[in-house]
Every structure is written in C-alpha cells, then in structure tokens.
Design a protein around this ligand. Sequence first.
Ligand SMILES: O=C(O)CCC(=O)C(=O)O
Length: 302
Amino acid sequence: MNRILTAKQLEQYSEEGVVIVQDVVSTATILRMKEVLADLVEKSRALATHDDVYDLEPGHQASDPRVRRIKKPHVVDPVFKDLMTTPKFMGILQDLLGENVRLHGSKLNLKAPHFGSPVEWHQDWAFYPHSNDDVLAAGVMLDDTTVENGAMYVIPGSHKGPTYDHHDAEGYFCGAMDPETCGVDFSRAVACEGPAGSVSFHHVRAVHGSAQNISKRSRGLLLYEFTAADAYPLMAAGKADWQAFSNRLICGKDTIVPRCVPAPIRMPLPPAKNQGSIYENQTAGKRYFGFVEQGGKKTLLA
Ligand SMILES: O=C(O)CCC(=O)C(=O)O
C-alpha cells in the first residue's frame, strides 16, 4: 500500500487526534461543490422547516434563505459522493484506518457570513460509539477557513482521554459537554484552518466544536464520517440494514466479524429531547460559544 501521508502527519494524527492536509481536493471540484450548494440554498426558499435534506437556521425565510446543514450530501449529488473514492482521498483514509474503510455518514455544515451557528464542544463518539474506535471524520474546507469565519477547533490529545458526559441536567442526551464541569482546558484548542481544498481528519474521540461566523465570508465544511470496516456501530446492533451497511464500504473487504477493542463508552440514551441534527440536540445544553460586542467589535467568548 502506497502511503500518502508523511510519517510526521501520521504521528500528529496518532498523538493529537487531528491532522490537516492541504491540496487534497482540486479547485475544480471545490467550485463544482459550491455551485451545487448555491443551487441547494436557492431551492431552500420553498421550505418553512427542516426536512430530509435541509437543516435550517433560526430566522430562515423565503426572502432570506438560511441553511445551516445539508444532510447526507453524498446522496444528494454525485460530486459529494465521487470525492470519497479519488485516489488521494481514499489513500489518506487507508493510511489512517487501514485498508478496509466504510462510510458511516456525511453532512455539509454551512456558516453564512455574520450568523452561521456555532457547534458546542462534543465528541463524535458520544453520538455513534462503535466496537472499536478506528473511526474519524474528514472535514473538506469548501472556503478558505480561519478562526474568523468559524473554523472548527480541536483539543489535541483529547482522543486518548475519557468519553465525556453529553447529557443534560435531566439525564437526556444533548450532544454537548458541559463546559463548566467537564474539566477540559479549552485554552489548548487548536483551530483547523486552511485554504479551500484542505481536509482536516479528526479522531472520533477528539473533543471539538466551533464558534459562530463573525466575518463577511461564508464557511462551508463538508464532513464525512468513516470507520474501519470491522468497527460495528453499537446503536444499530441487531437492527442493521445489512445491505445498506455493506453498500457503504468504500474500499477493501467487508466483514461480519466486528473487532472489539475496549474504549470508554457512554450510550446516547435516553435519546435527545430535541430530536434532529446536532444543532437541535444541543439546544438543551449549556452554551460555551458566544460573542460579546465591545466597541463595535465582536470578540469570541472562550
Ligand atoms: O461545523 C463545524 O464546525 C463542526 C461540526 C461538527 O463538529 C459536527 O457537526 O459534528
């Protein structure tokens, strides 16, 4: 197997739980993705509420469409599906997860200028624990991404730590950690910044989140979740649609033998009171990401 990542990049992923790789996606593909996205946002004018494709920002209306997420973009348009199996992209996944890789899911998070929603601190593992943690999310930057337009932050090394409580005061899953009691030093967070076409790869147990977009520039982040093929989802155990599951294998061989490796797990149960996307789930938790207005300037509260 030819490696794409350097030894240094592999070590960074292993030690910090995140690595950012530039020039993974061509400018032509990014432009096509943005064209498709613009068309999808245009079509959202007809919607009054979330549906199977769209998650809408509060304040969305026909005259001012506000989309915060396209759900499962890989089934919405081939441009979002085809990228996964391009040699460079797939090669990086195999470097990080081994030869056999399965898609778990995809989403495209949009942060429009000035109002794009924050995502509170969380671990993806709290949403979808598996039989082993060879699981990651790849975030394709559709725009030049900086702290100002809402880059995602990751706490380096947190993928080797505990699985934090993501439940609200009443004990329901809320998809967010309690920033006041979890004991994480958020000042250690590193921003996943990079030019459009860069891709961040973060481990499923890495603590991450992102602030509101306070800039004039949009920020699109196309997220794919991938697993080693022998990582079996715990939530779906016993009721899996085998064919759909198997169809999501993107390279290598499938297996019906899960590899079980102990890792700290908390099930996302009882389910969130606010069903829907992470944005809905998190409305039940405490907020960390916010802004103060000082002298006409917005400053990140962190
Ligand atoms: O959009 C972002 O910046 C972070 C998204 C994220 O962590 C998620 O959707 O799980």
